[in-house]
Ligand binder design. Structure first.
Ligand code: MF3
Ligand code: CO
Ligand code: CO
Length: 260
């Protein structure tokens, strides 16, 4: 197991990258409106990242053609922004932003609502976000990695939804995807968390069944049963007695029940 423990100098750089990735999500919120295309949203994120002396990590990553992933409704992840994909009232939209600043990566995503959305959509997004928060709440040195997946899967299933198994969180630092893999479901990984580890947690939660399928474009992943899907992602640092959320957004609130 080669779980990388970051040095203080690296952690400082990751804090800067994390803050920028969070700022992209804060900035783009105002543009999430009916009639905007996902390509326009991509271009606004791209320009903002470049203006901040950073690189959009997704652009060209294994050939991915755009700067951020935008996944609408039944798209689980890796949606490709497109000028012909126009947002409409009621859509739920994930924007997944990864930046490289001073050679260090940060990776974060959240859900946005286009206008008024229905009860199921809101509940799905809330449960996905809360499953992430519930897992953050238990993170500290000495906790075995499998606890993260156990908490997320239990939380999601107790709320009547399902967790996608094909994609997981990951270590992150001077590269995009590092060890360890962070599974969002029950598993047997007994690695103990240590101070200085940095990784993402990014549960994908489906309203229906957990199965997914990848489209012919080689990227877009949808739910097999066409049910809605929601995802939230943070880059986190394990600290002495808990964790720091490196991609925390200014207006983000954690409900009191999820604070340790
Ligand atoms: N940001 C995604 C993650 O959370 C990875 C996207 S890879 C891309 O790990 F190529 F699709 F952009
Ligand atoms: Co990630
Ligand atoms: Co991501």
């Amino acid at each position: 197991m080669n779980c990388i423990i970051k040095k203080e100098s690296e952690i400082e750089k990751m804090r800067i990258s994390g803050k920028l990735a969070a700022q992209v999500l804060e900035m783009i919120e105002a543009y999430i409106q009916p009639n905007i295309s996902t390509e326009e949203l991509n271009d606004i994120c791209h320009d903002f990242i470049k203006q901040n002396n950073a690189i959009p990590a997704c652009l060209g990553y294994h050939g991915f053609p755009k700067s951020v992933c935008i996944s609408v409704n039944d798209v689980v992840c890796h949606g490709i922004p497109n000028k012909n994909q126009i947002l409409k009232i009621g859509d739920i939209v994930n924007i997944d932003v990864t930046v490289i600043k001073n050679n260090y990566y940060a990776d974060t995503s959240k859900m946005f609502f286009v206008g008024k959305t229905n009860t199921l959509s809101k509940r799905l997004c809330k449960v996905a976000q809360e499953s992430l928060y519930a897992s953050l709440n238990i993170i500290k040195p000495g906790i075995p990695l499998y606890k993260i997946g156990e908490i997320i899967e239990n939380y999601v299933e107790n709320n009547g939804f399902s967790v996608v198994k094909e994609y997981c969180g990951h270590g992150i630092g001077a590269s995009f995807h590092e060890e360890p893999h962070i599974l969002h479901y029950k598993n047997n990984n007994k690695i103990l968390l240590e101070k200085g580890m940095i990784f993402t947690i990014e549960p994908m939660v489906n309203a229906g069944k957990s199965e997914v399928k990848c489209m012919k474009d080689g990227w877009t992943v949808k739910t097999k049963d066409h049910s809605l899907s929601a995802q939230y992602e943070h880059t986190i640092l394990v600290t002495n007695n808990g964790c720091d959320i490196l991609t925390w957004q200014k207006h983000e609130k954690i409900l009191p029940s999820f604070i340790n």
